[in-house]
Design a protein around this ligand. Structure first.
Ligand code: B12
Ligand code: SF4
Length: 480
């Protein structure tokens, strides 16, 4: 119920154009395809959006848990709900992800034209504040865990400042309660999202986590995490997602945490490095605490390519054995690969197929490199003249699902690279392979089947977009 004089804040998360928010063709002409195929794509896109990826934005949960008297906060997740513009809002806070800048700015303009104050925050704002200034009444630059109370107080007193810059990374060992009252719990596959650490000690040049969150791993206190898990379980008994980019980054800390989580009897999934396969005690703690599956960023199968992109913590010689050990312990592996890294050659696809078979990776994800503004690789490719769009046009560098090339690979001409990638995904993502992977999965067989089947659709759509891009390149060449 609205309280007289209370300021109302809407926290907004934006749906991405494609990818896990619902695969969609990048080709606007696709709307003119047959009714049947459009209906099929829309139905599958909705299934993908509502599938296991449908977890709430922790960032907005953290903000809405920072309570200030006289201010109420509601989360609006545009993946699942419409903007509630039939209600009065004093301020909107939009989370701006790199790769979805245009829709964020358009939304900001529409809200401001209605007299709603707009605050922008999130990864893109932290990295490119200057590009955001004209689109907001206020910017929050950095991790907003603590400063968000100040923003709300300023809103209440009518003294919102144009910029709030976080002076140093928040100390995560301070206990902050994350509550879910601003969320619509039913919209999600699960709402049990927990982050145990922030920051990343590694420096992969295609990633901006270490740019945004720093290289020092900041840990939450284990008792605070246990309390959070206990509280979350009272509201939602579903699976937990540990959102850390590397949940095994500090092995001692992770082992203690997951040993202490055992009595809660939760089921969980997370992201780890191959190194886990060489740590039997930690692996055992993961299994006993209810881990079901891990996403592992393998990227390339060659040291040359991984090193060219500053990924040094995943030696090629140990990859096969590590993945086998993790699967033998009973955990499913989502293996995330990138084809098109700097030292990759046309021989990589065959190697990759063999690796997937040999290790039994349950769900392979074969990505194209996304040079995203703010990453080391983006700056390097810009300097080398290898980007396919102007480096100033940030909106052109979207996170599509392997649907378009944004740069020229170093050792493979684009005209050969695209057919080699599409041929690879058409061999790896078949219904037959989906059934085979599900049958041999150590657990979670229906989830493994579902992911693999959805990928048959998503990579199929990606192939059409890429083939169109290749056709366009050939046409331009003929004309010029
Ligand atoms: C969990 C996760 C998901 C989940 C949930 C999405 C989410 N953002 O919450 C799902 C599976 C849905 C997902 C989807 C995608 N993801 Co994702 N995801 C993550 C992951 C692993 C954790 C996100 C998180 O909760 N972090 C913890 C919170 C606390 O940090 P934060 O989001 O940065 O928020 C802090 C500040 O940025 C700021 N802030 C954030 N929003 C706002 C808003 C306001 C108003 C204010 C004031 C402040 C503020 O304050 C917060 C608290 O300190 C990150 C990696 C990472 N370490 O962040 C990748 C990451 C965010 N994802 C990424 C990508 C590419 C995607 C997809 C495009 C994948 C795809 N191809 O489909 C989609 C896009 C979805 C979308 N609509 O934006 C990239 C984004 C890169 C970028 N933005 O520059 C990241 C950084 C991974 C990476 N290494 O590149 N993702
Ligand atoms: S890709 Fe993963 S390991 Fe590499 S810098 Fe990013 S978060 Fe860290």
């Amino acid at each position: 119920m609205a309280v007289a004089g209370e300021k109302k804040v809407l926290l907004i998360f934006i749906q991405a154009d494609s990818g896990v928010d619902g695969a969609a063709s990048l080709d606007s002409a696709s709307a003119r395809r047959s009714l049947f195929s459009s209906l099929k794509d829309t139905a599958l896109s909705n299934i993908i959006r509502r599938a296991q990826f449908a977890i709430p934005p922790l960032a907005l949960m953290i903000l809405s848990s920072q309570k200030v008297a006289g201010v109420s906060q509601t989360i609006c997740d545009l993946r699942f709900e419409k903007l509630p513009l039939d209600q009065h809002w004093d301020m909107a806070g939009i989370s701006v992800q790199t790769g979805a800048v245009k829709p964020a700015f358009e939304l900001a303009r529409a809200l401001r034209s209605r007299g709603i104050k707009v605050v922008l925050g999130g990864p893109y704002v932290t990295i490119f504040p200057d590009q955001c200034r004209d689109h907001a009444d206020a910017l929050v630059i950095g991790e907003a865990d603590d400063i968000w109370c100040e923003v709300q107080e300023d809103l209440r007193s009518g003294a919102l400042k144009p910029e709030y810059r976080v002076a140093s990374f928040p100390d995560l060992s301070i206990d902050r309660i994350v509550d879910k009252s601003a969320l619509d719990i039913q919209s999600y596959f699960t709402t049990n999202v927990v982050q145990t650490t922030r920051g990343c000690p590694y420096s992969c040049d295609f990633c901006n986590v270490h740019v945004m969150n720093g290289h020092r791993l900041r840990q939450r206190s284990i008792p605070a995490i246990l309390r959070e898990v206990e509280t979350f379980l009272k509201e939602d008994k579903r699976i937990f997602f540990f959102l850390d980019d590397t949940v095994n980054a500090d092995e001692q800390y992770a082992e203690q945490l997951f040993r202490e989580l055992e009595p809660f009897k939760i089921k969980w999934v997370g992201q780890a490095t191959t190194a886990l396969g060489e740590k039997p005690r930690l692996l055992d703690a993961f299994v006993r605490s209810g881990c079901g599956a891990l996403l592992i960023g393998i990227e390339s199968l060659t040291d040359g390519s991984n090193h060219a992109h500053k990924k040094f913590h995943n030696p090629a010689a140990r990859q096969v054995e590590c993945i086998k050990q993790i699967r033998q312990a009973g955990l499913c592996v989502y293996g995330s690969f990138i084809y098109g890294l700097d030292e990759d050659t046309l021989e990589l696809p065959a190697k990759l197929e063999y690796f997937i078979e040999e290790t039994g990776v349950d769900v392979p994800g074969i990505n194209l490199l996304r040079p995203i503004p703010g990453t080391g690789v983006f700056n390097r490719l810009a300097q080398e003249g290898r980007l396919l769009h102007s480096p100033d046009d940030h909106d052109a560098f979207k996170f599509s699902w392997g649907q378009e090339m944004l740069y020229k690979p170093q050792r493979i001409p684009l005209q050969e690279f695209i057919p080699s990638y599409t041929a690879l995904t058409s061999r790896v993502f078949t219904v037959q392979n989906a059934v085979k992977r599900a049958a041999r999965a150590p657990r979670l067989r229906s989830a493994v089947l579902m992911f693999n089947l959805l990928y048959v659709h998503m990579y199929g759509m990606a192939r059409k977009d890429l083939t169109r891009q290749l056709g366009g390149m050939c046409e331009n060449k003929v004309q010029s």
